[in-house]
Design a protein around this ligand. Structure first.
Ligand code: GLC
Length: 409
């Protein structure tokens, strides 16, 4: 983390991701809070300095130029200072701010007071622009933080890539292509970016006619959880909480619609077609983190985790689309494990919670702070020296993470 620290923000990894990423930064803040509480708040403050006037917190903030990443600042045309991308990422910031606050309330109070209206504006933006009847949607797979997950396949398959043209993917220079998204995924990622930039990042146009709009368990449960934490923050600060209470009710209703009885799991829905993705991903197991109990989901969790040596695979190992080394189509991600583990333990599923925790300890001990892990052999995969893997080690996985509080709802 210290190698990746740029003073007031942290890059996810030096060459592969040389800017500030939204949810990586929130995890970094949690990591910093285990040894430097002030630095933790600085990380969150820098992230929210880039918030747009409409409340959106961008997924990448290009503080300084770097040549090792595509698509860089010259591609997005968002016209912001600092330069940013034009989409968001899973809103974990309010949840982690609450945990950081609990560690030092005296220092944290003023920090939280400053950030509270910004968290409100960010969550309101999700309700205004990423909401379909209480289900939270993404307009780009990158917004989900799980770029090439199989749950986007149907919606991605309908995207016209005829205007994409030539470009150079720097990621393939640094990482084994078998561990990265495929070329057709990247062409479609870029087609969505070009559509959005051509309409000047107009939210209404993207919602009505954008090439991609998919409701999904990941962002829905994460925002639900973040609203519960924001409610607790509002009470602590003596702020009005009625709007947050409405949001919670609305997403609880939305989450029910994501239940796919056919696969016994929460699933994504393509808003353009109304079809379920029929995909069980690690994000399906975030229901407990969101504060939603579901016995059937627990059965699915046991089946999925018994199918591989290490947990939690990002995609169902019994699915034909499972690829143990390819990014979000099979590998284990430490940050997702932390959220699943927190949710399981808060809901009293101690056996499952312990397994997720002890597998994460084994994986990091064996394979280091790698970007993700192979669920079959436990080998390292993707980039090395990742900030967020180190952050969850410090804050949650390590035997020294004794301060970590499992906050109640
Ligand atoms: C990848 C991941 C995303 C993460 C980013 C930086 O794009 O899919 O979740 O935020 O890398 O680590």
């Amino acid at each position: 983390m210290q190698d990746n620290d740029r003073g007031n923000y942290t890059v996810p990894a030096i060459t592969l991701y040389p800017y500030q990423w939204n949810w990586d930064s929130a995890f970094a803040a949690l990591g910093f809070s285990t040894f430097d509480i002030k630095r933790a708040w600085v990380e969150l403050n820098t992230l929210f300095l880039a918030q747009w006037a409409n409340g959106m917190v961008p997924h990448i903030i290009f503080h300084q130029s770097a040549s090792t990443y595509f698509p860089g600042p010259d591609i997005w045309f968002t016209n912001k200072i600092p330069q940013t991308s034009g989409i968001s990422q899973p809103p974990v910031a309010a949840s982690f701010a609450r945990i950081i606050f609990e560690k030092d309330k005296e220092y944290g109070f003023g920090q939280l007071k400053k950030l509270f209206p910004k968290f409100m504006a960010s969550h309101r933006w999700f309700f205004e622009h990423r909401n379909e009847n209480g289900m939270i949607v993404v307009n780009h797979p990158w917004e989900s933080g799980r770029d090439n997950a199989p749950e986007w396949d149907e919606a991605m398959g309908n995207i016209d890539i005829s205007n994409v043209g030539e470009y150079v993917r720097n990621d393939l220079i640094y990482i084994d292509p078998h561990m990265r998204p495929q070329q057709q995924d990247y062409d479609r990622f870029m087609a969505i970016v070009y559509f959005a930039r051509n309409c000047g990042w107009n939210e209404k146009e993207m919602a009505d006619n954008g090439p991609f709009r998919v409701a999904n368990p990941g962002v829905t449960f994460i925002l639900l959880r973040a609203n519960r934490d924001l409610l607790a923050i509002a009470k602590e600060l003596g702020e009005d909480s009625s709007e947050i209470e409405e949001w919670i009710k609305s997403i609880e209703g939305g989450a029910k619609q994501l239940w796919n009885a056919k696969i016994n799991a929460y699933d994504a829905i393509n808003i353009r077609t109304g079809n379920f993705a029929n995909s069980i991903s690690a994000a399906s197991f975030l229901c407990w983190y969101g504060g939603i109990e579901n016995e059937k989901m627990l059965e699915t969790f046991d089946r999925v985790t018994n199918a591989v040596k290490f947990s939690v695979p990002s995609h169902d190992p019994n699915s034909a689309k499972f690829e143990p080394l390819r990014y979000w189509r099979g590998p284990i991600w430490g940050v997702v494990n932390m959220m699943i583990g927190m949710g399981l333990s808060q809901m009293g599923h101690n056996k499952q919670a312990k397994k997720v925790h002890s597998d994460t300890v084994t994986l990091i001990s064996k394979s280091g702070f790698t970007e993700y892990f192979d669920p079959i052999e436990g080998n390292p995969a993707g980039g090395k020296n990742f900030t967020w893997t180190a952050a969850i080690w410090l804050a949650w996985a390590s035997p020294f993470a004794t301060e970590f509080k499992e906050l109640s709802y």
